[in-house]
Design a protein around this ligand. Structure first.
Ligand SMILES: NC(=O)c1ccc[n+]([C@@H]2O[C@H](COP(=O)([O-])OP(=O)(O)OC[C@H]3O[C@@H](n4cnc5c(N)ncnc54)[C@H](O)[C@@H]3O)[C@@H](O)[C@H]2O)c1
Length: 317
């Protein structure tokens, strides 16, 4: 099978490419590298079943040859990146999703959208279940991301209803692991970078806001199961183990052996106070739940970031 993956040079996209190649598929990897890096896929370069094409998926693009599935992951994904590039973020959710759906439609191929828990905004329902419609500020600074994904979900459902495209929507909650960018502002790389350098760990607000963290191999397994399912409505994929940011900072200090102090900064606008997936649907439909403990996942991630900070990992992560 020949699979098209957009956002392939990104954190999750590159792990997905590894998985698809290991399963014996061919991969046409698309990325404009706005936030991704060739470093994430350099170990696949020269592989006979891996082809990388530098391409902006918000502009019409050519794909020669067979297309047996379309995985759409291309998007600005961290608050720091999407706040710096709001227009590009909206475009990747809107035009990008539509062009990738068109590709799937032309080839009668299944399509998977990497959506996000940000569709729930600052949720008034806890934990977040797929039937909850969310609490999103449509004009706040984060709206470029939240609304781009909400539009992406809407256009995906429209292509399913109108053209019969076999679509799937993954609502991904905080995912972490090797190949995250060091300075994209997301909490895992930020805390690890600070702890490993012995710099103060910067906590926004009081640190009482909660998050739950899913290791990337668990997430990729969930994406794969969803892709092979018959479900067209959104499915939450994430780790239901919820903790406060303060607890998480403590985990990082213990694992890195750091005694870096905490530094408290103002909470960013519209920062969600609580974030925990209800994964009942994924358990029931996909027989999926995360397997990797936080301690184990963080150990792999710490090893990777140590390598990056000390001059780049010697082997693919
Ligand atoms: N990591 C998470 O915790 C998380 C949570 C929720 C949703 N997601 C979603 O999963 C997907 C992957 O996220 P990630 O964490 O790997 O982020 P990432 O930034 O590492 O990867 C995104 C990739 O998309 C590429 N890209 C962006 N716009 C593009 C365009 N117009 N054309 C081609 N390529 C483009 C970037 O260069 C990057 O390589 C995103 O759609 C994101 O919204 C991730």
């Amino acid at each position: 099978m020949r699979y098209v993956v957009s956002g392939a040079a990104g954190f999750i996209g590159s792990h997905l490419c590894d998985r698809l190649i290991a399963e014996g598929h061919s991969v046409l990897a698309l990325d404009n590298c706005i936030t991704g890096s060739m470093r994430n896929v350099c170990h696949l370069e020269g592989h006979p079943r891996f082809e990388f094409r530098e391409c902006d998926v918000t502009k019409p693009f050519e794909t020669d040859g067979a297309v047996d599935a379309v995985w759409h992951l291309a998007s600005l994904a961290s608050p720091k990146d999407y706040l710096a590039h709001p227009i590009e973020t909206l475009e990747s959710g809107a035009q990008g999703t539509q062009l990738m759906l068109d590709l799937a439609r032309r080839h009668e191929a299944p399509f998977l959208l990497a959506s996000t828990s940000e569709c729930y905004g600052d949720p008034a329902v806890h934990p977040q279940v797929e039937t909850y419609w969310g609490n999103v500020n449509p004009v706040g600074p984060r709206s470029c991301y939240d609304e781009s994904k909400r539009y992406a979900e809407a256009v995906t459902m429209a292509f399913h209803r109108v053209y019969g495209v076999n679509t799937h929507i993954a609502r991904i909650f905080n995912t972490y692991g090797p190949r995250m960018q060091l300075h994209d502002g997301r909490v895992v790389p930020a805390f690890l970078d600070q702890a490993l350098r012995g710099e103060p760990i910067t906590v926004f607000g009081s640190g009482a806001q909660t998050r739950s963290f899913c290791y990337v191999s668990d997430l990729v397994e969930g994406l794969s199961r969803l892709f092979h399912s018959t479900e067209h409505y959104p499915v939450n994929l994430g780790n239901p183990r919820e903790m406060t940011i303060l607890e998480f900072a403590e985990h990082i200090r213990v694992l890195t052996g750091s005694n870096a102090p905490l530094e408290f900064l103002p909470l960013p606008e519209d920062d969600p106070r609580q974030r925990q997936p209800d994964i009942t649907k994924a358990r029931r439909l996909l027989n999926w739940e995360p397997r990797v403990t936080l301690e184990e996942g963080l150990r792999h991630t710490v090893e990777y970031f140590r390598g990056r900070i000390e001059g780049g990992p010697s082997k693919p992560a």
